[in-house]
Design a protein around this ligand. Structure first.
Ligand code: NAP
Length: 363
């Protein structure tokens, strides 16, 4: 389903000559909007996914304006060497978004579920890029998880910037954060070994906003569904996170491709909130949503019940009562980002989820 892109095309995007762009993980929550924005700007997209023949999964992509003429889907798996060669062939730019975003039930399987696909996947994609002479630009979807693991790891009140690298995560403690940090490090290492292609890394905080497909397995969609439908009623843990709109993140990816002078890492974050503040913003927009949490859950209780809340115990233990702060000025200055306010992001996400049948409107 085409979503209102909301963020206007920048001058750099408008004046960028049509390119062929490979988007890995095209069936993902973020990638759907990246593909939509690229098609809307006149580019041709080579989207990769593991199951291009799964009509239910790819129908939304195929229905995007321009997809009939300018979207081609390729089968590729992060864990298979050479898998991305065909999709990357003939492209000028590669946007590597595919990576598992899983924060629950990974215990004992961190390597297989997160670290291998993130790190070996990045290696595989960038080896294809290096083999393919037409590619001159890579936009890597990293994360604020590569910037920090625990909000206070650099001291209370520290404002995280692009200079920071997560030092708290390990293979078994915050393994998703670890997978993103090691994957981004690997990407920079491979970028520095050659001179034909340049790279920008996008470091979004927690992404919210309207989904483009009815998939419910992603963290961004399931977190809002859990809040709205009583999964955290009556009390939520005071876990703080940076919030950014999916439409801003898609715009930042496209601007980083179009602007030759964009370089390095970009923190993408509108503002930091904790879950109860997110619930309060939702309540303001949807006063009839009676299952939103109102109270702060005690830390000990949250740690005990963490698996039932869809979160690892280590995450609960290390994130509660802490809110990370981010400096988003580089993305504002260099990519022209203005960052949509989370209240609008969350309102549009709920309305989008209702429209797609992910939630029934009872509020
Ligand atoms: N959502 C957020 O809040 C957030 C915040 C910061 C950064 N990010 C990053 O943004 C990117 C997209 O996240 P998302 O939220 O859009 O996640 P998502 O909806 O779960 O999409 C992840 C994509 O990765 C693909 N993938 C996973 N394992 C794969 C494998 N072994 N081989 C090939 N493809 C594989 C999935 O493909 P299938 O369709 O085949 O399953 C899916 O398209 C990720 O790199 C994530 O780390 C997300």
């Amino acid at each position: 389903m085409a979503t209102d892109l909301r963020v206007p095309l920048s001058d750099a995007e408008k004046s960028c000559a049509p390119r062929t762009v490979c988007v890995t993980g095209a069936t993902g929550y973020l990638a759907g909007l990246v593909v939509q924005r690229l098609l809307a700007s006149g580019h041709t997209v080579h989207g990769t996914c593991r199951s291009p023949d799964n009509e239910a999964l790819v129908a939304g992509l195929k229905a995007l304006p321009g997809a009939g003429e300018r979207l081609k889907l390729f089968k590729a798996d992060l864990l298979t060497a050479g898998s991305f060669d065909a999709a990357v062939r003939g492209c000028q730019c590669v946007m590597h978004t595919a990576s598992p975003y899983v924060v629950e039930r990974t215990q004992g399987r961190e390597r297989e579920m997160l670290i291998e696909p993130a790190v070996r996947g990045t290696e595989n994609v960038l080896e294809s890029v290096t083999r393919c002479e037409s590619v001159t630009r890579v936009v890597l979807t990293s994360s604020c998880a590569a910037i920090y693991g625990e909000a206070d790891e650099k001291g209370e009140g520290h404002i995280f910037s692009e200079e920071d690298w997560d030092e708290a995560a390990t293979e078994t403690h915050l393994p998703y954060s670890y997978s993103k940090r090691v994957a981004e490090e690997k990407a920079w290492e491979m970028c520095k070994k050659q001179s034909r292609w340049t790279m920008c890394a996008m470091n979004p905080s927690q992404i919210f906003g309207p989904p483009t497909s009815s998939r419910t397995d992603g963290v961004s969609v399931s977190m809002v569904k859990t809040l709205m439908t009583g999964g955290m009623w009556p009390a939520a843990p005071a876990i703080g996170l940076g919030v950014v709109d999916v439409r801003d993140v898609a715009a930042a990816h496209c601007r980083a491709m179009a602007k030759d002078d964009a370089s390095g890492r970009y923190i993408l974050c509108s503002r930091s909130l904790h879950l109860l503040e997110i619930a309060a913003l939702l309540r303001e927009k949807f006063p009839k949503a009676c299952w939103l949490p109102r109270y702060k859950a005690p830390k000990a209780l949250v740690v005990a019940l963490a698996p039932l809340l869809g979160m690892g115990r280590d995450i609960a233990r290390s994130q509660i009562n802490k809110t990370p702060l981010f400096d988003n000025s580089k993305a504002k200055r260099e990519l022209g980002m203005e960052f949509i306010d989370p209240s609008e992001t969350l309102e549009d996400q709920v309305n989008g989820m209702v429209k797609l049948g992910i939630m029934q409107k009872k509020f």
